[in-house]
Ligand binder design. Structure first.
Ligand SMILES: [Zn+2]
Length: 113
């Protein structure tokens, strides 16, 4: 991975993290809204209950993704990013784009299977 590629990757990850952070905030607000009992009938309450479950599920997913991105950014800081932990060679950029949390190169992944 060249330093330009790395630079672009950091920007990409930081943007993604920003997006996730605002999405998490949004989802937290949505899943916390309590519907006033007196104002809604039973069906509406059930619907909003279902919505909240969906929000919570998306929230968990977004938080997991954020955790992965944060750990990848930490690895970039420590200089271990993009290097295979098994053979010490560069990890393919295309693989990192799809799975930035990859710690092994394609060859080592194949061997592990
Ligand atoms: Zn390797």
């Amino acid at each position: 991975m060249t330093s330009e590629e790395k630079e672009a990757f950091i920007i990409y990850l930081q943007e993604k993290r920003q997006k996730l952070l605002s999405r998490i905030k949004e989802l937290k607000d949505l899943s916390l809204i309590e519907s006033p009992d007196c104002a809604v009938d039973k069906i509406n309450r059930e619907n909003s209950f279902y919505d909240k479950a969906v929000f919570r599920e998306s929230l968990v997913k977004a938080e997991n993704e954020l955790e992965i991105i944060s750990s990848v950014l930490k690895r970039i800081d420590s200089g271990n990013f993009g290097i295979c932990e098994k053979c010490g060679k560069d990890i393919e950029v295309n693989l990192l784009k799809v799975k930035p949390e990859s710690r092994f190169c394609i060859n080592c992944l194949k061997m592990n299977k």
